[in-house]
Design a protein around this ligand. Structure first.
Ligand SMILES: [Zn+2]
Length: 368
């Protein structure tokens, strides 16, 4: 009979949450039991207890990346300057950059936004990870261009849906952000996503300038629009970015929202009603001077949270554990943030809730 061991860690996934003083029993191949550590030690008195590190549980998910932005360097500074920085690096984006970045991604479960067709093709053909690759669309364009973008997007999804394999990554759609598409293009893309039954991921309420732009057509993003010569009358005013997405019918589709930093309680209520998951990328938010989301407000209203690193252009690693470490320094306990990364991440990617239960193969369990 193989020797049994009790495994524990500082934080252990048990019954849908992360706990201290919990563990599992294993024969080296499978999980035989899970439970409170003292109960396991009473039930298996001869099994030695091994401490496996800080975390023991289902694998964590990095619910928001842009692998095709490559490996940096990491930008720090105000959001409009970051947009200029990303635009300036457009020529370097692509499959090679994504392949390189995927090698540095610490989690195997990713929500990745791709801005190049070859990157989606690569994801679906070679599956660098499990999860979802979202096709990114931007468009502050006149109606005739909108029709072109929509029909090109439709053709891509007709092709990509045929390339999806059972158990492999899924293709999704990311209308980039409320401010970077016209209202009609945003609405029509969401209709298209529902038609193809693909998941949605949208950046929203990230920088203070985004909120100022929507509410009053003021601030850093409005200035950036003026500098670029983009029209300032494309979007309604007087609504927050989240209220705008709600009015447009976008929240009804249950998109995953990335960032959700600049929100008030009314916004959080709208998100709670829609069932949207909010993916927080705190290192990116601090690097781009956006601040941190009101986590306690989200928890109070029962909005599911997930964690993402964002790209290496705004975070120094593609390891979601670094978000947990940062948030601990900002007062968020790891039992909370690890649950966001384990359970919230799966919810953000449309996957079944994580489990740690008897009968599982040990290789399905993550510890570090
Ligand atoms: Zn992003």
């Amino acid at each position: 009979m193989p020797e049994l061991e009790i495994w524990t860690a500082s934080w252990v996934w048990l019954d849908g949450a992360v706990h201290a003083d919990a563990g599992l029993v294993t024969d080296g191949r499978r999980v035989l039991a899970t439970g409170r550590l003292d109960a396991l030690q009473t039930r298996y008195p001869t099994a030695p207890t091994r401490t496996k590190g800080r975390y023991l549980g289902p694998p964590l998910a990095n619910a928001h990346t842009h692998l095709d932005l490559g490996l940096g360097p990491t930008f720090t500074g105000p959001f409009p300057d970051f947009v200029r920085y990303v635009i300036g690096r457009a020529g370097r984006r692509g499959r090679e950059a994504a392949v390189q970045a995927a090698r540095h991604a610490s989690q195997h479960l990713l929500g990745d936004i791709a801005a190049r067709e070859e990157v989606v093709d690569w994801w679906l053909a070679e599956a660098p990870a499990a999860g979802v690759v979202y096709w990114e669309v931007l468009g502050l364009v006149p109606p005739d261009r909108e029709a072109e973008i929509l029909s090109a997007t439709r053709e891509r999804f007709e092709r990509w849906k045929r390339l999806e394999r059972a158990g492999g990554p899924r293709v999704g759609l990311s209308p980039h952000a409320p401010y970077s598409l016209t209202p009609s293009l945003m609405r029509r893309l969401v209709v298209l996503a529902r038609e193809f039954e693909v998941p949605l991921q949208i950046h929203a309420a990230e920088s203070p300038g985004e909120r100022d732009y929507f509410l009053r057509r003021e601030g850093a993003l409005a200035r950036f629009f003026r500098e670029q010569g983009w029209p300032l009358d494309l979007h309604p005013t007087g609504l927050s970015p989240i209220a705008y997405l709600s009015e447009l019918g976008v929240l009804e589709a249950g998109p995953t929202l990335i960032h959700g930093v600049q929100v008030d309680e009314a916004d959080v209520r709208l998100l709670a009603e829609s069932g949207s998951v909010v993916v927080s990328c705190p290192r990116s938010n601090l690097n781009l001077e956006a601040g941190l989301p009101p986590y306690d407000l989200y928890l109070h209203h029962g909005v599911p949270l997930a964690l993402g690193t964002d790209s290496r252009a705004s975070a120094s690693s593609l390891d979601v554990r670094d978000e947990v470490v940062l948030l601990e320094r900002h007062g968020q306990p790891p039992e909370r943030t690890l649950a966001w990364a384990a359970a919230g991440g799966r919810a953000a990617l449309g996957l079944a809730p994580p489990v740690l239960q008897p009968g599982m193969e040990l290789e399905q369990v993550e510890f570090w």
